[in-house]
Design a protein around this ligand. Sequence first.
Ligand SMILES: [Zn+2]
Length: 259
Amino acid sequence: MSEEKKMQPPDWSGVERVLVIMAHPDDPDFSCAGTAIQMAAQGIEVTYMILTNGDKGNHNPLITRNQLILMRKEEQRAAAALSGVKSVIFMDEEDGFLRPTPEIRKRVTREIRRIRPQLIICSSPDRYFSGNGYINHPDHRNAGLVAMEAIFPAADNPMFYPDMANEGYLPHKINQLYVSGHEDADVEVDVTEGIETKIASILSHTSQFPEPGEMEKWLKERWGKKQEDGSLRHFERFKGLHFNRPRTASQEEKKEEEK
Ligand SMILES: [Zn+2]
């Protein structure tokens, strides 16, 4: 089946707050910064949640683990600021060992109930590899699991963590979930306009990219999709899930006919 045919444009009607849940500093910038840039420009409040502290992202023996953690937080804050993302939450799980434990599920559920986003973006929980030369980082898969297990069945069910009501965090149901890096993607965001900002946000992670010029070239070549008129356009794609979806026009018509 052709992937191109089933792609839908995004529908952000009624979306005021978005929470992006990812494993590492730089994951949101690679996977959805273009989308975040557009959302922020429309007045949607975007929050990044980074589940791990990124303490394995370095091969320089002169940098200590604690220095690296601080550097990577600063880099992620700078990247978010470029994209118009006002808030970054660091959950500080150990890089490389993220697991969907009951503890992290509770902590993420608390943040969902506090922020009350209409839309969440997370990574794919079932992508083990891609193409022939890339094993997906297990933290990426587990970040997807952590996010999805917090969204359902926990966040909107008052029987989960009833003590949170005492903190003022009541059950919350989101309307849409975007899963990034899913092979069955069906939502496509054209991020061409913000592509320079997206690349700048990625390159804000200076500890990760010692040769930013090479990286920029690689990113542009890798991502650009040539159009029929020869121009290059850039896209971010997601598997889109809708909850509480309003009736479609044809369903409304059927309802009218039934009366
Ligand atoms: Zn990552």
